[in-house]
Design a protein around this ligand. Structure first.
Ligand code: SF4
Length: 229
């Protein structure tokens, strides 16, 4: 029994090379983007972050920021969202795509937040994951940004870039696996900032459409970049 436990622990422990890579990438990104802000303009309001995170699925952060003034004028809190007709909510979030599902999730979640949590966004992973439409990505974003204790937010950008950098094989599409690999590499208190900076880096240098590795400030650290050099 003791041997199995030890093996399991070692298996989850990242190699010193990956820990060093994580530190080096984190430090470099911090220099490039000293202000690690969430791309969603939630103005420090947990309710806004909750709603905007749900809307950002398969939608750009820019679009979510654009719809938010009109949206939060009508649903400034969970109590208002629990009462608003779902058809009106659909109209307000229509341009974010998947609007029926998103409106339904927001309204149902709002009811639970009011009835079970007194109108406040829950602060445990278990309670967050119990809300309609909330998966690990949203739960990690909320726990990380609001409480400094979330897991890595493994969206398509982070998965693409961390694969190219050499944290794992390129082309990984499984967010659960990505999180399992990356969480032990990036310390919990640094994960939220790391993920926000990766989003900005992914837009500016290492995009999904293509990238010029010769101009990339992470080139010397990157597995894919080194192949091109
Ligand atoms: S070197 Fe190229 S692949 Fe690597 S992070 Fe930079 S742009 Fe992306």
């Amino acid at each position: 029994m003791k041997t199995n436990k030890t093996n399991k622990t070692n298996k989850n422990k990242p190699s010193p090379r990956l820990v060093h890579l994580g530190e080096a990438v984190g430090e470099r990104l911090e220099k490039i983007y000293p202000n690690a802000e969430c791309a969603l303009d939630y103005r420090g309001d947990p309710w806004r972050l909750f709603v905007m995170a749900r809307l950002s699925a398969q939608c750009t952060d820019k679009r979510v920021n654009e719809v938010s003034p009109a949206l939060f004028a009508e649903i400034p809190d969970a109590a208002a969202a629990a009462e608003i007709p779902v058809e009106r909510l659909e109209e307000l979030v229509r341009s974010c795509g998947l609007y029926r599902e998103k409106a339904k999730n927001i309204k149902e979640s709002a009811k639970i937040i009011v009835e079970k949590h007194g109108g406040a966004i829950p602060d445990t992973e278990e309670e967050l994951l119990a809300l309609p439409g909330v998966g690990r990505k949203i739960a990690n974003l909320l726990l990380g940004d609001l409480h400094g204790r979330g897991g890595m937010v493994c969206d398509t950008h982070l998965m693409r870039i961390c694969g190219r950098l050499g944290f794992y094989e390129e082309g990984l599409k499984d967010p659960t696996k990505c999180e399992r690999i990356m969480n032990p590499i990036i310390p919990m208190e640094k994960r939220a900032d790391f993920c926000h900076r990766i989003v900005f880096f992914g837009r500016e240098y290492c995009t999904a459409r293509g990238n010029d590795c010769t101009k990339c400030p992470l080139n010397d650290l990157c597995a894919a970049g080194k192949k091109i050099k």
